[in-house]
Design a binder for this molecule. Sequence first.
Ligand code: TLP
Length: 335
Amino acid sequence: LIDLRSDTVTRPSPDMRRAMAEAEVGDDVYGEDPTVARLEARAAELVGKAAALFVPSGTMANQLAIRAQTEPGDALIAQTGAHCVTYEGGGAAALCGVDALRVGADGAITADEIAVALPPDDDHFPRARLVCLENTHNRSGGRALGVRTQREIAALAAERGLRLHLDGARLFNAALAAGVSVRELAEPFDTVAFCLSKGLGAPVGSLLCGARDTLRRARRFRKMLGGGMRQVGILAAAGLYALDHNVARLAEDHAHAARLAAGLAEIPGLAVMRPPESNIVVFVAPDAPKLVARARERGLRMNALDARSIRAVTHMDVSASDVDRALATLRECVT
Ligand code: TLP
């Protein structure tokens, strides 16, 4: 079985499980879990923020960032197709009471486009309070925003009094694609979310990083939503293990995505939208759900994004020969 549905499907390795079993734990709702404290300190240091909060999922990290930095009736601005306003069950509306303005196409977004989309300061309109950038951008095929684009958007946000959140579910992939450190990429943002359970291979968990007062608010909303966890050092230990062992190898996933895209380009009837910039490949097929179903019968799993496009994601449980086998399977399926 080759599972390219997502980089969320990885299973913890024996060494990661050992680190989890040996973790020192305490009740984290009382702030007494030493392993969680270590992970939060490590995350804050990595992204260059004052504090970090361990949360169960990327979705919760994003929703807490939105809830902590807006009031009901406000608007946020995000890339078209952004996870926080597309794949989070309507949470921004339901949990935060926030309207979403979607800007740009294919994961790209510029300061100019945001400036045009910003509602005027007039009682008719929601107040724009927060810009959420997703880097890498999942739905567009893992596109990476460059440091310069982010800085231009940050300058506009500062000028207009907007907060800036980074959905860095794949922050380490984004830094690798941009050729900069995670800290440099995270620098312009008030809050930064990143996931341990995607390319980094941990079973659960994300971090929300930012200033202490913002995170105090986020911590309160985490409790409200039932995300206050107890002896959760067992999971934090997996995260620490992932940060120690699984960052450098992300380059392999990017190389495997490039190999997959190059092979797909050779298969009649399939087309890759653009060369992948990270570990996600989105390609077009005449009948995407049918091709996904056929491939699945042959042991290859992928996700159809819609009637025409398919997403394939590389991760630590996919080797170069798995990529070649996946390509052979797809060749069989289209003939
Ligand atoms: N993305 C998942 C699905 O929800 C689509 C995937 O398989 O890619 N931000 C981004 C950019 C994400 O891609 C995801 C997960 C999240 C946030 C949410 O993370 P989780 O799944 O931990 O809630």
